[in-house]
Ligand binder design. Structure first.
Ligand SMILES: Cc1cn([C@H]2C[C@H](O)[C@@H](COP(=O)(O)OP(=O)(O)O[C@H]3O[C@H](C)C(=O)[C@H](O)[C@H]3O)O2)c(=O)[nH]c1=O
Length: 186
């Protein structure tokens, strides 16, 4: 029985994954990840890494991050506690939606996750205090291949719902996108 409802989003390859919890008198049970079901959304490799982040303050932004080839990754991001406004930016060279962004609200209550393909930058803003995310990655962390964009980059013009706060020094320090930025060649 399929327990994940997949909805393609306006940026090709970006997919909303709606978990279908089973409820009973004890509470609920939901499938977080399923290789067979997510293969239809382009997940093709075993999970390489699971990460959890906790963001204490509502309004804090983490990102926008991505890994460069050959360590470009697919990630599945879902919310364990609270709520976030989750953003993916298409950085794929030659993509018809190059530099366009799409956001989804992910919360513990809405059981919604975002499947983000290689070549996308990812970031989020906490919409609640103590927002916890669980990430499934198909590629290990490759520190030497990490790249990032400033969440308030003028070329992206992301409409963050709250005033942006809590940026890490690394995220504050991302250089603005130049006009000759060609994107990520996968
Ligand atoms: C991503 C990552 C980080 N780390 C270490 C590196 C640092 O010592 C520490 C915190 O890393 P960072 O400040 O990059 O964490 P975030 O700013 O939350 O970044 C993450 O959040 C944005 C929104 C993402 O989409 C990425 O998954 C990830 O980059 O964890 C690891 O050990 N493994 C990892 O896979």
């Amino acid at each position: 029985m399929r327990r994940l409802l997949l909805t393609p989003l306006p940026l090709p390859g970006l997919v909303r994954v709606q978990r279908q919890p089973a409820h009973d008198a004890r509470g609920s049970f939901e499938r977080w990840f399923c290789a067979d079901e997510l293969a239809a959304a382009g997940w093709a490799r075993p999970i390489a890494q699971l990460n959890r982040s906790l963001t204490r303050q509502r309004g804090s932004v983490r990102g926008l991050h991505y890994q460069l080839p050959p360590h470009a990754e697919t990630k599945l991001v879902g919310c364990l506690r609270g709520a976030v406004w989750d953003v993916a930016v298409d950085l794929r060279a030659g993509s018809p939606t190059f530099l366009r962004w799409h956001a989804e609200c992910l919360s513990a209550d809405n059981a919604c996750a975002l499947l983000i393909p290689p070549g996308f930058a990812h970031g989020f803003q906490a919409l609640s205090d103590d927002a916890e995310l669980l990430y499934c990655h198909d590629t290990p962390h490759a520190p030497g291949f990490e790249a990032g964009l400033h969440p308030q980059d003028a070329r992206l013009d992301i409409a963050w719902p709250l005033p942006v706060t809590g940026l890490s020094p690394r995220d504050q320090g991302h250089a603005p996108l130049t006009l000759d930025f060609q994107g990520v060649r996968l």
